[in-house]
Design a protein around this ligand. Structure first.
Ligand code: GLC
Length: 578
């Protein structure tokens, strides 16, 4: 089975900031949530460097390629770029296996390229958030090389080892291992090391203060360069019960419950905050939000002094090959919003580099509905409370890869699971159909810039196949079309930037039991917006009880927005109510 790495009150009168940033007494919404911060008002554009733009013709995206496209990124209207890892790496997991945290991956360029890229971003008013991958390193990191060299090496305690004379260690599930076994035997010192991800991603030992301070120094190195934030990769798993007790049989079906938020994780985050985060004007976001709302609050509430926000996986995990229930989606987003209505802050997303494409999973990627359903989903993401994270290529409505053979894939998770299924004698045709829908590689095909060879991504041989639909879906052709998904994305981004009500406003779900439409209001400082979304490929009626007769349409994905609550297929409308 492919596990989508699914791998996250108070009601009185509150002090609120109005849109000028000054204070006003109102009971519209609680203080903590409406306390203005740049990272709450930001729209984050996630950029997958390997697939964005290749400058040197080796078939792999690079930093010079990003530099060449900074004007494009700026033109989107977004504020922050989150860059997937660009550090030195043998690329077992596309950079999520770091071998040197202070250097740039050769495929991507040099530190001089990085400095130029950062300067170019800042010159355009764009901020940069870097991925911080410190639940594990690469097995080719010097720390690990030392660590495995002998039991008495000073770096031994940087990782988790289990001496073999104690017998086999209690089973731990690994997400990417061919046999899902997180302990790997190493004959050199007759011991097992722990790897929650692939064998080439040994887990770091956060109990060791030396390791922790190495990480803080690395963070300072990048913060001193002027970067604007960190995304903490898989960090909810960083702390472990290092007595390694046996877990109940079948725990792997719900492994986050056993791996997430263990031990002194919060202590480590408070230390990190005190040592690094509080000293710079940087934002911080955790991948994963634990198992309960309480876990998530403990990560992000301002008075905890840990992180700014986290992203929970409940929403992104809903879409399945056989479809999904909109009622379920509404419940999940509504439940998270209410749990954070008074305190804390969340991120909003439905796609990233660990997921297949937004429109293929949550919308409809047929030629007839691709554009309109992409626009509807974009409207959703940009009108919810929380910081939106938007994945590159989704603004074009890029679709799943259309791969048919295992040789098309590159992702370690997909390939290892293939091998495992084969060993188990599974129906491999079925597995291929499954990964065609859900493999992470679907979201990693090269960005489609234009209709020239390889979609204009590279003059060489791309590291992973370009989607064959690049001739019809590409940025250049969409630039020319005022109605394109790309230009619609720019408009919705601007709408959010122009309306703080979309950032801070209270969210109220309407017509909750409607299985086809998603309707809600956002309200703040006397402004009230109504958002209507049809998630179906046919007309659907929503009953919100709100008269839109006098309302102004702020944006819609049809030229003549519906007026009577009956929405066209995948129609999206944002009204300002009078
Ligand atoms: C995170 C990343 C994913 C990576 C994994 C291991 O989930 O988003 O891409 O494979 O961590 O680092």
């Amino acid at each position: 089975m492919m596990k989508t790495f699914s791998l996250l009150f108070i009601s009185v009168a509150f002090l609120l900031l109005n849109s000028n940033g000054s204070c006003a007494q109102t009971n519209a919404s609680p203080k903590d949530t409406t306390d203005r911060k740049w990272w709450k008002e930001a729209i984050v554009y996630q950029l997958y460097p390997r697939s964005f733009k290749d400058n040197d013709g080796d078939g792999i995206g690079d930093l010079k390629g990003i530099i060449a496209k900074l004007d494009y990124i700026k033109s989107l209207g977004v504020d922050v770029v989150w860059l997937n890892p660009i550090y030195s790496s043998p690329n077992d997991d596309n950079g999520y296996d770091v071998s040197d945290y202070r250097n740039i991956m050769k495929d991507f360029g040099t530190m001089a390229d990085f400095d130029a890229m950062l300067k170019g971003m800042h010159a355009r008013g764009l901020k940069l958030v870097m991925d911080l991958v410190v639940n594990h390193s690469s097995d080719e990191h010097e720390w690990f090389k030392q660590s495995r060299s002998s039991r008495t090496n000073p770096y031994r305690e940087y990782y988790h080892w289990w001496n073999a004379e104690k017998g086999k260690p209690p089973y731990r599930y690994s997400l990417f291992d061919v046999h899902h076994d997180a302990w790997r035997y190493d004959s050199l010192t007759n011991a097992y090391y722990l790897h929650y991800f692939s064998r080439k991603q040994p887990d770091l030992n956060w109990e060791n203060p030396k390791l922790r301070h190495e990480v803080y120094d690395i963070m300072k190195f990048w913060a001193d360069k002027g970067i604007d934030g960190f995304r903490l990769d898989a960090f909810q798993f960083a702390a472990k019960d290092t007595t390694f007790p046996a877990f109940p049989n079948g725990f792997e079906k719900d492994f986050t419950r056993f791996y997430g938020m263990q031990g002194n994780l919060h202590g480590y985050l408070q230390e990190m905050n005190q040592q690094v985060l509080s000293k710079y004007n940087v934002m911080s976001v955790a991948e994963g939000a634990g198992n309960t709302f309480e876990d998530a609050h403990n990560l992000v509430d301002a008075d905890r002094n840990e992180l700014n926000m986290a992203y929970a996986f409940d929403g992104v995990g809903i879409a399945k090959r056989e479809g999904y229930s909109l009622l379920h989606l509404k419940q999940v987003f509504t439940k998270w919003d209410s749990a954070f209505a008074a305190k804390g802050w969340l991120s909003i997303f439905l796609a990233n580099h660990d997921q297949a494409r937004l429109v293929s999973r949550f919308g409809n990627d047929s030629p007839e509905f691709r554009a309109v359903s992409s626009k509807m989903l974009t409207t959703f993401l940009m009108t919810m409370r929380g910081t939106p994270y938007y994945y590159n290529g989704d603004e074009l409505g890029m679709t799943n890869a259309g791969f048919t053979k295992i040789e098309d894939y590159r992702d370690v998770q997909t390939l290892n699971e293939y091998q495992r299924q084969k060993e188990l004698g599974a129906d491999m045709q079925k597995y291929l159909q499954q990964i065609a829908f859900e493999s992470r590689d679907n979201g990693r095909t090269p960005f489609q810039w234009n209709n020239t060879a390889n979609g204009g991504f590279t003059t060489g041989k791309p590291w992973i196949g370009v989607n064959t639909n690049y001739k019809t879906i590409n940025a250049a052709s969409q630039e020319k079309d005022p109605n394109s998904t790309l230009n619609y994305f720019r408009k919705v981004v601007k709408l959010r930037k122009d309306n703080l009500v979309l950032v801070y406003g209270k969210y109220t779900l309407l017509d909750a039991s409607n299985p086809d439409t998603y309707a809600y209001t956002r309200e703040w400082n006397g402004k009230k917006l109504l958002i209507l979304l049809n998630f179906r490929d046919k007309k659907a009626t929503t009953q919100t009880g709100i008269d839109v007769g006098k309302a102004t349409v702020l944006i819609g994905n049809y030229n003549n927005p519906s007026k009577n609550g009956t929405l066209m297929p995948y129609e999206a409308i944002v009204y300002e109510l009078k």
